[in-house]
Each structure stands twice: as C-alpha cells, then as structure tokens.
Design a binder for this molecule. Sequence first.
Ligand code: FRU
Length: 500
Amino acid sequence: MISKRLQDAREFEDAYVPKIDEEERPAFHVTGGIGWINDPNGFSVYRGEYHLFFQYHPYSNIWGPMHWGHVKTHDFIRWERLPVAMAPDTPADKDGCFSGTALELPDGRQLLAYTGVNRKRRDDGLIEEYQHQCVAFGDGIDYEKYEGNPVITGEHLPEDGSHLDFRDPKIWLENGTFYLIAGNRTRRGSGAIRLFESPDALNWKYVTTIDACHNELGKMWECPDFFPLDGKQVLIVSPQEMEPQGLEFHAGYGSIALMGSWDSEKKVFDREKVQSIDYGIDFYAPQTLLTPDGRRVMIAWMQNWTTCNCKPPKTRFFGQMTLPRELSIRDGRLCQEPVRELINYRGRRVHWDNVMVTGNTTLKGVKGRLIDMTVTIRPAGVGASYGAFQIHLAQDGEHVTTIRYKLATSVLRVDRSRSGFPYDIVHVRNIPVRFRQGELKLRIVMDRNTLEIFVNDGEQAASFILYTPITSDIISFETIDGTALLDVEKYDLKFGPTED
Ligand code: FRU
C-alpha cells in the first residue's frame, strides 16, 4: 500500500524534476530529483542491477523529514531515476526514515534495513529523538514496511548504549544467519558499533560491540560498513566531532577506515590501523557493495554537514554522490580508484609527454569541466628539483581552483577559495602524500561542479564541490622555483547521443 505521504513525494517529483535542466546537474554523479539529499543508502545488487537509495527531502534544499530516494544503474555511471521508495509514514518512523542498507533475499525480495525516528517531548519540554531499526520488503520499486517495526530498539542494547543515538544499520546474510551492525553512542558520549544477529531479519539479539572509539576518534560513529578486503577486515565509520590529528584527520565530521582482522567464530575485531578515507572537503557517510565480479565498490555523499548550508541560494537540488570507487588494500593502505566503467565514457583524447614546464603554461587541447585527466609530474633530470608544481583548474580569469604539490614537504594542497563559493568557509585542504623522489601522479575527474583527485594510483582520494560557472574551463600548469617534467593524458567524458 502506498501511503498518502509517499504518493505526495512521488507526485512532487513528477511535477518538478522535469523543470530542472539536465545541464545544471553533474552528468554522471547521482543527484536527487529535486530538493535535498544526504547519505547514500541501500547501495546493493538486486536482480542483476545496482541500486542506490539516499536520504531525501524533496520539498526544499535543506534537510527535513527523511524519505528514501531511489536510483539504479548497470554500470555505476548512467543512473535511472526510480520513484521515491519510502516516506516517514508509520508510527515507527513518523519523524524520519534515516540511513540504512539493502539486501537481496534468497526468496527474490529486496530487504531494506533503516533507522526509524520518533520524537517525544519530555516532561521538561525538551524534545528527545528515539532511534530504532526497522525493515521493509519490496520488489525494487515498491516497499512494504514490516508491521512489527521497530525490530531492534534501545532495549536490545547493552546497558551503556544510548537509546537516542542508535542508527544506520548495515545488514548482511552469512551462512543462513542475518547480521546487522549499527552506530550507537555510549552513555559516556563516544561511538560504538553494535552487532546483532537474527534467523529471519525480524527477531534480533545483541551479540557484541565490534569496536568503539572511547572518545578518541570523534564521538558518535555514524554509518558503519564492515567487509573483508584483500585479506583484511575493514570497518568504515563516519565520526562526528573529530579532533584534528596532523594532516590525517581534520576537525569535525570525517570518514575513517579501521583495518584489522575479524574472527567470525569468536566475533572479535582486532583493529590494527586507522586512516582517513578521503582527504577532501566534500565526503561523508560512505557505504559499499560487492559486485558479482568481486569488486568492493564504495560511494559517499559528496558534501559535508559543516558547510552544507553554504550553498548558492537558488539551488533547486542540493547534494550529490561521489563517483563510485573500487577499493583495494595496498601496502596496508585503503586505496580507491574510479570504477573501471568510467573509461567507457572517454571521448576525445589529448596527450602531452615530457613537457618541460618553467613558469605557467597552458597546453593545446587541455581544458574542460567534464574530463578524466591523468597528470604525471617529475623532476627535470637526475639530481634536478623544483619548489612546487601547480595545476590551475576551472579558470576564467576570475575563478580558479589550484592543486599545488610542494616537493620539500610532499604535501598536496587543494585551494578552492576562488572557485565561486559565496561563503567564507573551509576551502583549503593539505594532504600528506607519499614522497616518491618528486614524482607525483594525479588522476583528476571533473563532472561540471565536482572535482575528485586520485593520488598515485588511488593511494589517496580527495573530493571537492566547486560552484564555478560551467564555462570556466581553462587549465594551466605551473612550476615554481625550477623546472618540472610533465605528462598529461586528458579525455573528455561523453554522455550525449553524438559520442565520438
Ligand atoms: C549521517 C546521518 C545519519 C542519519 C542521517 C540522517 O549523515 O546523520 O547518521 O541516519 O544522516 O539524515
């Protein structure tokens, strides 16, 4: 049964989405139909297609009562919009359908596990928000919420678990048993990831706490994911209120990967290493899926909570997802590269090899805002050196976004302060990059107003939103203090019917 609230959201989309010019959107990054989106939800395979849901408030470009928007794809690049999947329309989720995940069931149905939100006014007048876990079952378009929702409440938690901050279930099925992890705040304020198990996805019991931050890596841990990768076990979480640590973690909201081993019999996660997942500004709440050909692919909200209200005022749709990225572990680091399907959309190729760059230069054919460009920089000869190398993107004489690599410190600095943002917020990130004798390889993917940088074959990634006019497409290269050698391979990305 489709509720009035869900029907309203679907009709609202039908009425207003066609009024937004497709050229206003990124070409291959997922956006909501209209209004506001945040976290990716339910990123999963269902009936041979990749489905993605997302936190959605279609009625305005700011956060509001959460619905689940829905898209699907065959190749992670071209997405098809589907009707809104869920609205906050039952007693268990009347104040919001918060983040969660999806699973294809052996009987052919698609299961959604999500957080239902319920606000209650306390005796002293303050409002408290109770969060609990719910399920819904569907066919890839329409979903029926389980009448017994919520299926996991604060009552299932161990004694130190807050019933208020308890959200974002990740569900999976292993040897006939359902498992679910969710983020939870302990009563001392810090984050913990709780594991539950169930024979049927309806009746759950608490098993253990997989990991907890003890107020060291932020406070509340949101949006967990948990999976094996290249012989390790990875726990992904998005902490709130992080403290900076060198250049690895910045203050505020972050997304981190905790890598270690998992004893699935004893249910013990042994954490060995922690790193940032993305070193840019616009990245939060990632989640992953496993493709039928064995790739672990991650997608995230390409925005962040601190600056999300600093958008150009007339934005009719707000927020987009990152490019889906293939994960691997190399030399103990979580690495990520754009999904390989992106190369199918490469059009015209321009390449320059061994260009000696002294001062600032443009290269014929190297410009654009819908591009997949790999740049390699190295010293001009044995024993040669340079002070810094800069790549200036999305320029028009007034606007510019600059990527600078300083050899002495091996720090990559991205500065979008002159990219057209109408607010004076954080616009610079400094990224510590592995020193390779002055050689640096960057893959730069731009999709109109998005910029994603993959450093040294994905050892690091950094994501940024730019509000630069789409026509500002000049790219230039600059060596400071010396000469550097440059290779550039640039492809225009093609999506129209008249592809090269
Ligand atoms: C993370 C988050 C989740 C929550 C959702 C609400 O960005 O705060 O924890 O489920 O957003 O929209």
